[in-house]
Ligand binder design. Sequence first.
Ligand SMILES: CC(C)(COP(=O)(O)OP(=O)(O)OC[C@H]1O[C@@H](n2cnc3c(N)ncnc32)[C@H](O)[C@@H]1OP(=O)(O)O)[C@@H](O)C(=O)NCCC(=O)NCCS
Length: 178
Amino acid sequence: MSGWRLKPRLALCLADFEVLRVIRNECREYMTNFQGEITEGQQEAYFHSYDSYRTRHYIYSYRGEDVAFSVIRTTDSGTEAIVTFGIAEKWRGQGLGWDLCKMALMAAGLPIVGDRFVSNKRVAIIDDTCGYRAIGPPNEDGIEPVECPWPPPFVEMQTQQQVYDEIVRYHRYGEKES
Ligand SMILES: CC(C)(COP(=O)(O)OP(=O)(O)OC[C@H]1O[C@@H](n2cnc3c(N)ncnc32)[C@H](O)[C@@H]1OP(=O)(O)O)[C@@H](O)C(=O)NCCC(=O)NCCS
């Protein structure tokens, strides 16, 4: 048992991008860059043209159903990531947002920069608890800039030496020290 309720997979085929499109459209009013409805045709064109070196798309299932998505995009400088995520409407309010935000942050692998609507209280609660913080005042549209360090504070990182010591202990005593 992993402790995670959501099961992520990398979206690689057109069928996955269609699943992602439907969930994303349900979240579009919370998107700070483009809130329009994305059509099937537009998504297919995007699938054939996006830069897979810079952008990764994930779909998350819960009890066998695809319920959420995330998109992780590296900035032009290559030193930061922009993370977008959302859950299909009927699956919100069950705590799945916590899993989604944490998994997306861990997969980012880079410090995160982005923005959010100040009015999006649900995402602010999750984001701030996971390590995001607002870094400036909101603009006239009520959008505030945010950032999150990497690794995010909820991830405990070990140094190479600690990992090495643990391996040595494991081989010497046959068990892990907790
Ligand atoms: C943001 C989002 C992922 C959060 O997921 P969720 O399933 O709705 O939220 P959760 O059930 O995990 O709850 C997270 C917290 O939000 C708050 N919350 C939950 N439902 C709420 C509601 N109806 N109204 C206000 N706050 C609520 C609670 O404080 C909750 O914390 P708790 O579980 O400790 O009580 C989801 O609402 C969503 O997809 N929104 C649209 C897309 C979006 O905003 N994306 C972020 C910008 S990229």
